[in-house]
Design a protein around this ligand. Structure first.
Ligand SMILES: [Zn+2]
Length: 141
């Protein structure tokens, strides 16, 4: 089962059915006669680069990919702009701070995870010299 499936309708609370729509399984509420849309989970991340071409990387503490290197990134909070989420995640995961307005969009990434979860991320680029803290190590990529 897809982890993003809904067993109950968010509008009326009825049990949902699964129907095939455009060759994909889709949750459907028989009481409301409406498809319950699944959406990708949004996230924001930062690719922070220094002048000699080094990039800030963090070692993932959670699944998926626990223990692997990644750019600082994480899921958006409700109502949060991806640029602010990217700056918040950078600070939470690396201790570095950057003003969100100093970040520019570098890439958008849609990803299907092995467990069926679908995510969509916006990766922002920034320069390390724009951070308030520069006393952390960066890794050469
Ligand atoms: Zn319903």
């Amino acid at each position: 089962m897809n982890p993003q499936s809904r067993n109950f309708c968010p509008r009326c609370g009825s049990e949902t059915d699964v129907v095939q729509r455009e060759a994909k399984p889709q949750d459907f509420c028989p009481s409301c006669s409406e498809v319950i849309w699944r959406n990708s989970i949004p996230w924001g991340g930062v690719s922070l680069v220094s002048d000699p071409g080094e990039i800030v990387m963090i070692k993932r503490g959670n699944e998926p990919d626990r223990g692997k290197w990644s750019i600082p990134a994480g899921f958006l909070e409700l109502g949060e702009h991806p640029r602010k989420a990217a700056a918040r995640e950078l600070e939470e995961e690396s201790g570095l701070t950057v003003q969100p307005e100093h970040l520019s969009i570098a890439e958008c990434v849609a990803h299907s995870h092995p467990d069926g979860t679908e995510t969509f991320g916006v990766v922002y680029a920034g320069r390390l010299k724009e951070c308030r803290r520069q006393d952390v190590c960066v890794r050469r990529c």
